[in-house]
Design a protein around this ligand. Structure first.
Ligand code: FAD
Ligand code: MG
Length: 315
């Protein structure tokens, strides 16, 4: 277990305990942090943000891949997912030392700088942020990309079985020795860590949860302000404020952790109906947990789900 990507990252290798391999996996994570972090002034992402409205820069294949996929989900979600959300993330400071509720004017000013259509990926490899003040934040997708990058190494090294947990962004790799499926708990979003609403049985797959319990602060008005923001495409929610649609968490299972990560955030932002439609169109499974303690799934998502906490109920 190491602290990287702003969270505790755990990697368990089974059948090939090998300290060199652990080192290689964690150094890959550290390398990706130096590329993709919005929290470090010396990252490649921060370098990109500093060129907004000035010039295009060429970026690493890693950053390019994440930006391409982020733009795909921005378009697919009608802008509910938007990698140019940076100004809003910085303004609220949720997860930072001094989060606060911004004024309506500040929120409007941040929203004016957010639009994925102004993030230009040029054919020659350049990336250009068209408007002043724009800032890319890939916090909703980059941990998934990092998990996929670790799986590439596991595949190359022929590791038979492994568990990766990048702060709740889980990848179970390979089959267990006796071929029984992995059992992955879905966090109770109303409770402290380690207590589960239910268990999903699965093989080689990523499971990623986005929820109100990951990063939040309680305002002086006793409201819980969490870190997933409603944007223009989000529907009835107030743009610029944390999504407020009755959901506590969304868990997405997919072979690509990058897609599972992006889709868990996107389905959360879109809410149940639109989120379900998007998950089904993408061929992945999504489990939605609501504040009224009901649980719903996209097609087939609850087939392998076992409820443990019976104060919740499946709808
Ligand atoms: P997700 O639901 O996957 O993502 C939520 C995050 O996405 C928000 O925190 C915000 O950043 C962004 N977001 C909010 N609304 C939207 C929207 N509508 N569309 C698109 N994106 C949105 N944290 C630290 O405290 N310190 C660090 O040094 C640090 N370094 C990091 C480095 C890397 C490379 C990465 C990937 C993350 C790092 N983090 C760090 C954590 C990061 O700031 C986010 O909190 C985290 O990625 C959120 O992941 P999640 O799975 O909890 O939530
Ligand atoms: Mg996500």
């Amino acid at each position: 277990m190491e602290f990287v990507l702003g969270t505790f990252c755990r990697i368990d290798l089974y059948g090939s305990e090998n300290s060199q391999l652990y080192d290689r996996l964690f150094s890959r994570l550290a390398e990706l942090e130096r590329i993709l972090s919005a929290n470090r002034a010396d990252s490649e992402l921060s370098a990109l943000n500093s060129t907004a409205a000035l010039r295009a820069i060429s970026v690493s294949p890693e950053l390019r891949t994440v930006l391409e996929r982020a733009l795909f989900f921005a378009e697919a979600s009608g802008g509910a997912f938007d990698p140019t959300v940076g100004p809003l993330v910085q303004l609220w400071g949720i997860g930072e030392k001094t989060p606060r509720i911004p004024s309506a004017d500040e929120i409007q000013a941040a929203l004016d700088m957010i639009n994925w259509r102004d993030l230009e990926l040029q054919a020659d490899g350049g990336v250009f942020l068209r408007r002043p003040g724009m800032a890319v934040d890939v916090g909703a997708i980059a941990k998934g990309y990092a998990a996929d990058e670790l799986v590439k190494i596991l595949r190359e090294k022929k590791v038979p079985q492994a568990l990766i947990d990048l702060g709740g962004n889980i990848y179970v790799w390979g089959a267990k020795k006796d071929n029984t499926p992995w059992r992955i708990g879905i966090q109770n979003p109303l409770d402290e860590r380690g207590s589960y609403v239910g268990i999903v049985e699965t093989q080689s797959i990523s499971m990623v949860t986005s929820g109100v319990y990951e990063r939040f602060f309680i305002g002086e008005d006793a409201v819980r302000y969490h870190h997933i923001f409603a944007l223009s495409g989000t529907g009835t929610d107030k743009p610029g404020y944390p999504v407020n649609n009755g959901l506590l968490s969304v868990t997405v299972a997919a072979p690509s952790s990058m897609d599972a990560d992006a889709l868990s955030t996107t389905c959360f932002a879109l809410g149940y109906e639109k989120g379900c439609a998007l998950a089904e169109a993408a061929g992945v499974k999504a489990i939605f947990i609501f504040a009224d303690k009901t649980i719903r799934g996209s097609a087939g998502a609850l087939d392998t789900f076992t409820l443990i906490d019976t104060s919740f109920r499946i709808e």
